[in-house]
Design a protein around this ligand. Sequence first.
Ligand code: COA
Length: 215
Amino acid sequence: MTTTAQTEPKRHAIFLPFAGGGLGPRTNNETMINRAWLGINDIENRIYLSRLFPQTEAAQREWWLKSDTDKELVFVIYLGAEAIGTMGVHHIDYVHGHATTGTLIWSAKHRNQGIATKAKLVLLEYLFDTLNLRRVYSRYIDYNKRSARYSDKCGYVEVARIPGHLRFGPMLADDVTLMCERATWLPCFLNYQAEHPTPHTREQFIIKHREEAGK
Ligand SMILES: CC(C)(COP(=O)(O)OP(=O)(O)OC[C@H]1O[C@@H](n2cnc3c(N)ncnc32)[C@H](O)[C@@H]1OP(=O)(O)O)[C@@H](O)C(=O)NCCC(=O)NCCS
């Protein structure tokens, strides 16, 4: 009898803490997969996502269980120990130094509490100061004012808008592209740090250790 070797998905092992929670890797936890599947099919979420068709359980499971790569990292948003959504970093391009992020908080009970703002601010620190990206993009449908507001709080600015690009029955909506650079993110991050003191930005941490090492 021959057996076929099963390839285990290779996931990143990065954990980025923020006040009250953190961003971590996807795990094989069934409850988490089920919550993610219910979350992406929630009508209140779907109206803000450009792909309108329901996500099948099989498609959700396949996406959830796949590996991270050098082009795509998916993070789970944790509130304490509870998984409440995802924050993906897609189309990572090290040559030109950019990537595109997308966020989904699964349940309404966790929205509008500042969680995505805190999570995105620490994710951007990782993208700018560890991966050395220059620009991080995000897209939203013009009526998603909450997405626009939370992005603004993280330092994103509008750089492109395609009028009427999206069609929902008789209604058209603009496809808006936002861009964040280190210079616009940093003041937002420092404000966040002032409210939620953490020991350091990565840069400050390196400076501290260099000083201690007499460099
Ligand atoms: C968009 C999303 C990621 C934001 O996460 P969140 O944790 O709810 O966001 P935050 O609480 O950090 O910030 C939301 C901000 O928008 C504001 N807001 C909420 N609804 C708003 C509206 N209709 N118009 C303007 N601002 C609004 C909130 O008051 C808050 O701003 P404030 O802190 O100044 O009061 C999350 O709500 C979500 O997953 N939504 C459904 C899916 C989605 O839209 N994903 C993004 C696709 S681009």
